[in-house]
Write a protein that binds this ligand. Structure first.
Ligand code: FAD
Length: 401
């Protein structure tokens, strides 16, 4: 029988950084991570854009705003301390329709409130910084801190740190059920006892939390994030990351460019309907129950049209075709041609929580504590950026007496 003071279900960036924070606070405790795959970080934590976000978007009262600025600084420090590939490119936000022009003021106000360095730029400055980029109305925002890091290298480095800090890692260990007041059961029949359990199982966090009678009002709606690759012969050279001003009612950022550390430029990711919690591409990972659940709640939102969801859904359907995607991307890169885009194998699953009682997608991070268990239910973007600071926040808010 395995026993530990702290037991973490899910070895992504959130579970692993929490375990490092716990080790810092409780040097003598026993800590174990249970991961269903054969290595840590096999899902969102390595299948993402690797953008270290500034925190400019978030409502100043949100947890995201509270942890993103410092989280980004810590993630950049982590890359530098461990010599991991990092590109400090900065981000430029541009308008792709007239409604977004007034949103520039809101974002500048949020930047000020969240204490993030950001500058308004006019058409001349935009063309000087990015000759290939367009902004309707000529207004844009430059955010210097936004960078691109290396999710895979971060995960590999964390793996070594965990071993060094005597944190036990059980891979190929999928938790199926709770089988006692402080005990869980894995698929192969092993039992794990714990003093305190933390559920950081990403796209399965609702399934696990329900075993603890927690979070029945929430359900997971998987959205697929798909990318296209910009041909290196396109002649479109970008100096920064280019993003549209997002619709702040939703936790998605719109089609943007990501100049990754491998030298490639990607466009995306989409927020396409997911047919399963692990439905990355093709038919692999399709799950009937997940599909029906997603259809039910996405359909409900479509009919009710909360926050203009119908428009978002229609846009995403349109972006599924290459023609539709290219048309959308051309709003930021007017010289982009259809044949400059090639399909990319890069894809991720956005583990998006839906609040059934409110009929809305949850925008902020969400954690629920019950007895000796804590459930992190909505570790959506920018949880990778925030992870080191988010872990500190979680331990202080939920785990100190
Ligand atoms: C397309 C895309 C692009 C993104 N881009 C960015 C970005 O640029 N910047 C940013 O900051 N964030 C980004 N994000 C968000 C970021 O990737 C996630 O917020 C973050 O990785 C969440 O980490 P996690 O540890 O909660 O989840 P995960 O990495 O998914 O980890 C959960 C782990 O739990 C394991 N698990 C699940 N069920 C069980 C079980 N029953 N038993 C044992 N183990 C289990 C899984 O195998 C998995 O390893 C992006 C996300 C997507 C999908």
């Amino acid at each position: 029988m395995n026993s530990s003071d702290f037991l973490i279900i899910g070895g992504g960036i959130v579970g692993t950084t929490i375990s490092i924070e716990l080790r810092r606070r409780y040097p003598k405790s026993t800590i174990a991570i249970l991961e269903k795959e054969n290595q840590l970080g096999s899902h969102s934590s390595t299948n993402n854009s690797g953008v270290i976000h500034s925190g400019i978007y978030y409502d100043p009262d949100s947890v995201k705003a509270r942890v993103c600025k410092i989280g980004a600084e810590k993630m950049i420090d982590f890359h530098e301390e461990h010599n991991l590939p990092l590109k400090k490119l900065g981000k430029i936000l541009v308008c792709t329709n007239h409604d977004q022009v007034s949103q520039i003021d809101l974002l500048l106000d949020r930047a000020k409130k969240n204490k993030i360095e950001a500058y308004e730029i006019n058409y001349e400055k935009l063309k000087e910084m990015e000759p290939e980029v367009n902004s309707i109305g000529g207004r844009g925002i430059y955010v210097p801190i936004t960078s691109v890091g290396s999710p895979k290298a971060v995960m590999d480095t964390i793996n070594k740190i965990l071993l060094d800090k005597n944190i036990k890692i059980f891979t190929n260990t999928e938790i199926k059920d709770k089988c006692g007041p402080s005990q869980v059961l894995s698929k192969d029949g092993s039992k794990f006892n714990y003093g305190f359990l933390i559920n950081t199982s990403g796209s399965y966090s609702d399934v696990i939390s329900n075993k603890f009678d927690v979070g029945q009002e929430y359900t997971m709606l998987p959205f697929r994030g798909l990318y296209w690759e910009l041909s290196n012969k396109s002649g479109i050279n970008l100096n920064h990351l280019i993003y549209p001003v997002p619709d702040l009612r939703f936790p998605f950022l719109g089609i943007h460019t990501t100049s990754s550390i491998d030298g490639k430029v990607y466009l995306g990711p989409t927020a396409s309907f997911g047919f399963g919690r692990e439905h990355y591409r093709g038919t692999s990972g399709i799950n009937l129950l997940d599909t029906l659940n997603n259809l039910k709640y996405s359909g409900m939102q479509f009919i009710r049209n909360h926050d203009g969801f119908r428009n978002l859904a229609l846009q995403e359907i349109f972006r599924l075709s290459k023609v539709g995607f290219a048309k959308e991307a051309r709003k930021i890169l007017p010289n982009l041609k259809y044949n400059m885009l090639s399909p990319s194998s890069k894809a991720g699953i956005r583990a998006q929580i839906f609040d059934k009682s409110k009929g809305r997608l949850v925008n902020d991070f969400l954690a629920v504590k019950r007895d000796n268990s804590l459930h992190i239910l909505n570790s959506i973007s920018p949880a990778w950026t925030c992870s080191f600071e988010m872990s500190k926040f979680i331990c202080s808010e939920y785990m100190e007496a």
